[in-house]
Design a protein around this ligand. Structure first.
Ligand code: ZN
Length: 42
């Protein structure tokens, strides 16, 4: 598992260049890239 977005805030993903988003989950802040975390449904 590669966390390309972990520890980054308001920075472009180093993998795809998309803006990193921060979400709060269980009293913890998590960073994720909407592109890299995106499910492939097609
Ligand atoms: Zn990404």
């Amino acid at each position: 598992m590669h966390l390309c977005a972990y520890g980054r805030e308001q920075q472009p993903c180093s993998r795809c260049g998309s803006p990193i988003r921060r979400v709060k989950f269980m009293n913890r802040s998590s960073f994720f890239c909407p592109q890299c975390q995106r499910k492939r449904s097609s």
